[in-house]
Design a protein around this ligand. Structure first.
Ligand SMILES: NC(=O)c1ccc[n+]([C@@H]2O[C@H](COP(=O)([O-])OP(=O)(O)OC[C@H]3O[C@@H](n4cnc5c(N)ncnc54)[C@H](OP(=O)(O)O)[C@@H]3O)[C@@H](O)[C@H]2O)c1
Length: 311
């Protein structure tokens, strides 16, 4: 009886972990089968997250259209994808040159995609341009460039592909956004403004196209880890305590975000926040206690302002 009592807790934990593991594996399998044969367009497929999205959708059997602004990088991604995948269950991706801030060429790109496949099932608006700096140091020209890349580009491509989705009464558009589309953080005014604009646009569109069975999803991570930033071996991650805070220090791995994008698509989720409790709480504090939120973000900004100005 005594031994049994001691074993109950570990066995229970073991059982729960097993169930969670199996549940995740099933969800992953279902997610992959949900994109099989679908025409999936990914903008800036060559970015950190774009590459991982390309990989998970490719192995899921999607007919991929990989867009990016550098042909050599697109070709390298294409070769990397087909070299590891099973050709009997995957499709060779189509490559398309696309600079998302070049608004005038987007109609032609949409036509090229539709001429090739006849339809688009899923559009992943991933491309984006970042800028950091005090408002006075960012030129109006750069502000406009950010708006083109992060707002006008994605909405132009969306508008070009939407009629096809509406006429077929099916489709899904995913906006890869940022938590800065919900809250403003100092020194990122142009980026946050463009992400707020995109969030607002897709929130309105969601309601408008629901009756045509077109689903709009936004996935907003806080901080995605860069490939070149790796945890120091034997130092940080050796500590279990610090292990739990690795996402705060290094950000979420692009692979994790890509799996979430796949899951968002297969389960037709409308809004996903991939954030730690602190940024998540900040979103709610901004809504319910704006004065407190403004005071928190302003505190300490003065010191940082000098550093940013010097940069
Ligand atoms: N990184 C983060 O911490 C973070 C956090 C939250 C959300 N996000 C969002 O996640 C998405 C992917 O970001 P990421 O971090 O994976 O990107 P990333 O690795 O930082 O790469 C930036 C990419 O943007 C491309 N790019 C710049 N201007 C472009 C344009 N006009 N047209 C097409 N591509 C352009 C660059 O292409 P070249 O290399 O050829 O110049 C590069 O591939 C973005 O929507 C971003 O807002 C990122």
């Amino acid at each position: 009886m005594g031994v049994l009592a001691v074993l109950v807790l570990p066995l229970l934990l073991f059982g729960i972990s097993g169930i969670i593991y199996i549940y995740r594996a099933v969800i992953q399998l279902m997610s992959k089968s949900a994109v099989k044969n679908k025409v999936v367009v990914i903008t800036d497929a060559i970015s950190g997250l774009g590459k991982e999205c390309s990989r998970v959708f490719h192995t899921g059997g999607a007919r991929l259209v990989l867009c990016g602004k550098t042909w050599e990088k697109l070709e390298a991604l294409h070769d990397a994808l087909i070299s590891v995948a099973d050709p009997s269950v995957t499709f060779t991706p189509k490559l398309v040159l696309l600079d998302i801030s070049d608004i005038n060429c987007i109609q032609d790109v949409a036509k090229e995609i539709l001429d090739c496949y006849g339809c688009v099932d899923i559009l992943i608006n991933n491309a984006s341009l970042k800028v950091k700096g005090v408002v006075q140091s960012v030129s109006l020209e750069l502000d406009k460039k950010i708006m083109d890349a992060n707002y006008f580009g994605p909405i132009t491509l969306t508008k070009a592909l939407l009629p096809n989705m509406i006429s077929r009464r099916t489709g899904q558009i995913v906006l890869v956004n940022n938590i800065q589309g919900k809250i403003g953080i100092p020194f990122r005014a142009a980026y946050a403004a463009s992400k707020h604009a995109a969030q607002g646009f897709f929130d309105c569109l969601r309601a408008e196209v629901e009756e045509f069975d077109v689903c709009i999803s936004t996935v907003s991570p806080t901080f995605i880890r860069s490939y070149h930033i790796q945890p120091e071996p034997g130092n940080w991650e050796a500590s279990i305590w610090k292990f739990f805070f690795r996402k705060l220090a290094y950000g979420v791995h692009p692979m994790e975000v890509a799996e979430e994008v796949l899951c968002t698509v297969s389960r037709k989720k409308q809004e996903v926040f991939m954030a730690n409790p602190i940024p998540k709480a900040a979103v709610y504090i901004r809504i319910f206690f704006p004065a407190l939120f403004f005071a928190i973000v302003a505190s300490g900004t003065k010191d940082k302002q000098k550093v940013e100005e010097q940069k």
